[in-house]
Design a protein around this ligand. Structure first.
Ligand code: BG6
Length: 504
């Protein structure tokens, strides 16, 4: 977030439904506190937590612990925290309780009156998809959707649990709120490096001419996590890697890589171009799913030298669970730019390290002039976009090793955020919350994007649900996933790039 950003001029009242949950503690409150620290919350703001597990004092304590543990800035300054937290309120109640919404309405009216001006009311639904409908009803009945400009609803991913439920949910959401009031979150879109893809591709003339099937051999998108399900076993049982990561985060990153240049940076223009990518994804031929989609589940193993249990032994998980903790897909985008260029996507929990990375491999040189051993370390050019942990962009190319004779070696030309700008990039949720306050929906999912993303994965989801895997667990915690994941890419004579990449 650069110094040019200014406070939103309009006051904001942010209500977090599901405020006793993990997301509020790990992400939302640390993000709001950082925005406060950077003077990027409005002069007048109120943050209301809703849940059924605490009162104001316990919630504040819990949120402070969240900020101390998870904020990129670490422990807050005491006086600053006291100032910030004097703007926190708690609204106790279940989502099916009409009184909750009436109470909120009263609180909003009273707060706006005390400020002497209206506020943007941001209703943040940090709740499971099955509860969203209830909250939408409540907000609707209490008239907390009436003001098309000021009432905004933020909906956390996953939006629905499959194609049908997402469509159904969308009908209900858009019956109560206009599309311009709805902010569907995919936090990957708020990540600085993901946004930087647009700057990199469309702010430079250099790469665009070679950004196509004539020069690019294939694209790999990897989001690996070292952690397991982190106490969220019960939630994860109904999610799985395909729903939790691929339907949203990985497909969105793929859109940023593959989209055509937008005419302008207008929210709808950018989103139209991304939708075009999803529309062009080649349907997986029925009966050939096994060739294009692989699932895995971790068994017991080791991570950082510690013994770790298998997924089926995690709290809240069915001991015979068929939920996948790893998924890999091979997709094609049927258009002029990308015809027959494979996009390999993979994600998994309990892998050797946390990396979110796009690796674009260019075609090899058409004719190798260097004989025999000179090119023994030869690898095709690669552009690596590191989304996490060390945000940056690296170009790998061949160089002559110093000394007599001609020996080639792959070297890196790199750009890292922290080194180039001497700042840590903001957390995705800071960017996204700030944008909601400004009413800028560029980085949020539109209904049609959600719909198409679900329709891409639905055939896989249905097949996996209908036929539980016979070989789970099929990879040990602390490894790169099942053998079938390697076979998926090896069939084409390629392999997953080893991670982390040397020097990156
Ligand atoms: C969330 C998933 O959307 O993304 C989690 O629900 C996952 O399971 C997380 O751990 C990963 O996000 P990040 O920003 O840490 O890569």
């Amino acid at each position: 977030m650069g110094p040019e950003l200014t406070r939103p001029s309009e006051p904001a009242i942010i209500t977090i439904f599901g405020a006793n949950g993990d997301l509020a503690k790990r992400k939302l409150l640390p993000a709001l506190f950082n925005l406060y620290h950077e003077k990027l919350l409005p002069e007048n703001f109120l943050i209301v937590g809703n849940g059924r597990r605490s009162d104001l004092e316990t919630w504040k304590r819990d949120m402070r612990e969240g900020v101390e543990t998870f904020s990129r800035r670490g422990k807050p300054d005491e006086a600053e925290w006291q100032e910030f937290s004097s703007n926190l309120q708690f609204a106790f109640g279940g989502l099916d309780d009409r009184g909750l919404y009436e109470g909120l309405r009263g609180l909003i009216t009273q707060t706006e009156a005390s400020w002497g001006r209206g506020a943007n009311r941001i209703h943040y639904l940090s709740i499971p998809p099955s509860m969203v409908e209830l909250a939408i009803h409540g907000l609707n009945d209490a008239g907390l959707n009436d003001d098309k400009k000021r009432d905004r609803v933020v909906i956390e991913k996953p939006f629905g649990t499959d194609l049908t439920s997402a469509e159904d949910l969308n009908t209900k959401v858009t019956a109560a709120f206009d599309e311009c009031q709805v902010y569907r979150i995919d936090h990957y879109l708020g990540k600085e490096t993901v946004q930087n893809l647009l700057a990199f591709r469309f702010g430079n003339a250099l790469f665009e001419p070679i950004w196509n099937r004539s020069y690019i051999d294939h694209v790999q998108i990897t989001v690996s996590e070292e952690v397991g399900v982190e106490g969220r076993g019960a939630f994860y049982e109904s999610a799985g890697a395909l729903r939790d990561m691929i339907q949203n985060h990985l497909l969105q990153v793929m859109c940023m890589i593959a989209m055509e240049p937008p005419v302008s940076f207008e929210a709808d223009e950018v989103r139209n171009k991304k939708v075009d990518v999803l529309k062009a994804v080649r349907p997986i031929p029925p009966g050939e799913l096994y060739k294009y989609a692989v699932r895995g589940q971790y068994g017991a193993g080791h991570s950082r030298g510690e013994k770790e249990p298998g997924y089926r032994q995690e709290e809240g998980v069915d001991p015979a669970s068929s939920t996948e903790t790893y998924a890999a897909l091979q997709l094609y985008i049927d258009n002029w730019r990308w015809q027959n260029v494979p996009f390999y996507l993979r994600t998994g929990k309990r892998m050797p390290c946390k990396v979110s990375q796009v690796s674009i491999e260019f075609k090899p040189v058409p004719h190798q002039i260097f004989p025999g051993t000179t090119g023994e370390h030869f690898e095709p050019n690669r552009l690596i976009i590191n989304i996490a942990p060390k945000e940056g962009i690296v170009l790998r190319f061949q160089s002559k090793q110093p000394g007599k004779g001609m020996r080639l070696q792959t070297v890196n030309m790199d750009f890292y955020y922290s080194e180039a700008f001497h700042v840590e990039p903001p957390e995705a949720y800071e960017t996204l919350l700030y944008d909601v306050m400004l009413g800028d929906s560029t980085l949020f999912m539109r209904a049609d994007q959600e719909h198409i993303a679900w329709s891409i994965i639905q055939p896989i989801l249905s097949a996996w649900t209908n036929t539980p895997s016979a070989d789970f667990p099929n990879y040990a915690a602390g490894t790169w996933g099942p053998e079938a994941g390697e076979a998926l890419i090896a069939r084409d004579g390629r392999s997953w790039h080893s991670l982390p990449v040397e020097g990156v």
